[in-house]
Design a protein around this ligand. Structure first.
Ligand code: SF4
Length: 373
């Protein structure tokens, strides 16, 4: 799901209030010592063996290493707040085994038309007023049709004009569509690789792994920031999770944003039915935190997003994820069609943890703006 390497584009100004976090201390007050500058080694030549070896570290050692990497590039007490809205729900021709919006699923999700521009903008304004910095919009399509593009472009422009960052997930994109979105000012495009290449065809058959990578190439070539991650807990093995992290960490440029989802098994979907009532119905919390830690270590400057599945995680597990390097969450009580932790719960958790909403710029994007030497 769920933008140019907008190196020359100033980010829209951001309003930070509503969730009740981030209002008490300026960054300098919160950090008496300056944090290390972004730097260090950013590698895109990871081997699967290296990633597998990290996965196998004792949990405390892995967490420590991930936290070190995190602190070298990010403020450890900040988390970015995003809101995700389904602007076109259900009726998707694809057969993603985890998705309740597929026509191949018997989940009771009703298909809707693309939302009116005005309604989307109203929802974006609500999200902004509740403290969200980024508005992510998802449409259940294999790919957008050309006739939909003018409306999509209008939505992107409208949300940006209200001072929010924009992210869209619309399925596969042609190079031309990516260029159109870039010209409209889209900040991010989300297109997940979902899992490792070997497990992929067990989950989706209507488009292949290379299709996914081609869309990511088109997005990158159009100068849009890339958001790409996946889902753990789909019945895959740890080796598949290694393959998942390896694919993203060896892209020519790491995605600026890496959502890590835990499967929310929905009855009527292939995976929901397959995994229900089995020990695999929920990913082991420690294994989930390990995956987050691996994403952080292998992609040090990316924003690692805790996405679907968070509502069923304990506060302690979420805290471990933040320790392991997750630094973005979706707020609101819905993630497309799946339940999500609500704003009040999020505010209470962040307050309890002494964390606040992101005040600075995302490291990869800040670096991209620095003039070349
Ligand atoms: S492409 Fe997106 S909306 Fe369609 S089935 Fe797959 S995950 Fe669901």
């Amino acid at each position: 799901m769920i933008p140019s390497d907008n190196s020359t584009t100033q980010s829209p100004s951001r309003k930070r209030e509503g969730l009740g976090v981030g209002k008490s201390a300026s960054p300098s007050q919160a950090h008496p010592r300056p944090l290390p500058q972004a730097g260090g080694e950013i590698r895109t030549d990871w081997t699967r063996e290296e990633i597998a070896a990290l996965f196998d570290l004792p949990f405390t050692e892995l967490l420590f290493r991930a936290a070190e990497v995190h602190r070298a590039h990010h403020r450890p007490d900040e988390v970015q707040l995003c809101t995700l809205l389904s602007i076109k729900t259900g009726g998707c021709q694809e057969d993603c085994g985890y998705c309740s919006q597929s026509v191949h699923a018997d989940s009771g999700v009703e298909a809707t038309k693309l939302m009116d521009v005005r309604e989307v903008l109203q929802r974006a304004a609500q999200a902004r007023d509740a403290g969200s910095q980024r508005f992510c919009m998802g449409a259940a399509w294999r790919n957008p049709k050309q006739r939909d593009m003018p409306k999509i472009v209008e939505i992107v422009k409208g949300v940006r004009e209200m001072g929010m960052e924009t992210c869209m997930t619309l399925g596969m994109l042609t190079p031309e569509q990516a260029q159109q979105l870039s010209a409209a000012g889209l900040d991010y495009y989300n297109h997940n690789i979902d899992t490792g290449p070997e497990y992929y065809e067990r989950v989706i058959t209507t488009r292949n792994y290379q299709d996914r990578l081609d869309t990511l190439d088109n997005v990158r070539a159009a100068g849009i920031n890339v958001c790409s991650g996946g889902i753990v807990g789909m019945g895959e093995t740890r080796a598949d999770r290694v393959g998942f992290v390896h694919t993203l960490a060896t892209l020519e440029r790491h995605p600026e944003s890496v959502p890590v989802n835990a499967l929310v098994p929905v009855k009527g979907t292939v995976l929901g039915d397959m995994l229900a009532d089995t020990p695999l119905a929920k990913i082991d919390d420690i294994e989930f935190v390990r995956t987050v830690a691996l994403a952080r270590i292998c992609m040090p400057m990316s924003m690692v997003r805790l996405s679907a599945g968070r509502e069923s995680m304990s506060e302690a597990t979420q805290a471990l994820c933040f320790m392991a390097g997750a630094n973005s969450i979706f707020t609101g009580d819905k993630l497309l069609t799946a339940p999500n932790a609500g704003d009040d719960e999020d505010a209470a958790l962040l307050t309890k943890l002494g964390m606040k909403s992101l005040a600075g710029e995302e490291p990869m994007r800040a670096c991209a703006k620095e003039p070349a030497e």
